[in-house]
Ligand binder design. Sequence first.
Ligand code: RIB
Length: 318
Amino acid sequence: MVIYISNDEMEKCKKIVVAVSTNVDLIARVSHLPEPGETIGDAEYCLSYGGKGANQAIAAARSGGHVSFISCLGDDAYADTLITSFVDSGIDVDYIQKCVRHSTGIAFIFVAENGENCIAVAPGANNLLRGERMDTILPVIKEADALVLQLEIPYESVISLIEYAHTVDTKIILNPAPAKQIPSYILEKVDILILNETEAMLIAGQSLDFSEPIGIARSLLRRVGQVVILTLGEKGSVIVSDEMEKQIPSYVVNTVDTTGAGDTFCGAFVAQWVEGVDLQDCVQFATAAAALSVTRIGAQVSIPYQKEVIEFMRNRIL
Ligand code: RIB
């Protein structure tokens, strides 16, 4: 059963730490994704906030999680607005750093009419989240119940945070996006791996036939701590652990923009999981949150609050 967490109960909540990339998303809505050399002249422009890590942190917070995060922003006009929006989502922003003479990360995103996207990221200050800059978050990770990571901050920082969290016994949830290979000695320290088809192929080191997704997740599980969740877009997702394997279908919705749907899934999942919710229910909740997010344009702005997710689940049957 999904847990509804009220404000009063927040104090008692389990703690989630996210080491995050933060971007300003410059979005062009286009009829189709452009071919190399093509100019599309009638795009619609909008600006939204994003970054895989920040999206996941916001999704976790809006799903009732008690979230701290560390992120590097530039010293530009975007930083203060971003911080305000994080505070509005209930995130502890004490560990955000504004980096002098650097710009906040920018993502250039094309969103086609069918909701598909392609993204180019100029990481800016995100690349500075490394070395001593991460020291302030280590005591928080030690006290936390879960550390959530993606691969949009420097790779060596992700590796060292995984090694640290493992030594202090904090559960590690890794979403290896954007897709990169991860060495086995690191993967085995990850408790929960949440990944899509592209990421699965990179980690497996070969092309895969997704007509048998449970088999793929099971073979990845041999290299991971406890759980593998393979997301399959409109085909839903599969969960595999030593105790269970299950395919969860997706909801049929009117897809407008898939940007940030995977991030919404991860954040919403973790907020439920740290509270001890059954794995299958966590994935069902995350699936509903992600389904709601694709019905709206933009990443962070489209991430639902848990009340809306619960309402949606009540009215829809998978
Ligand atoms: O996963 C979606 C995110 O990827 C966007 O918000 C964009 O900032 C890029 O980081």
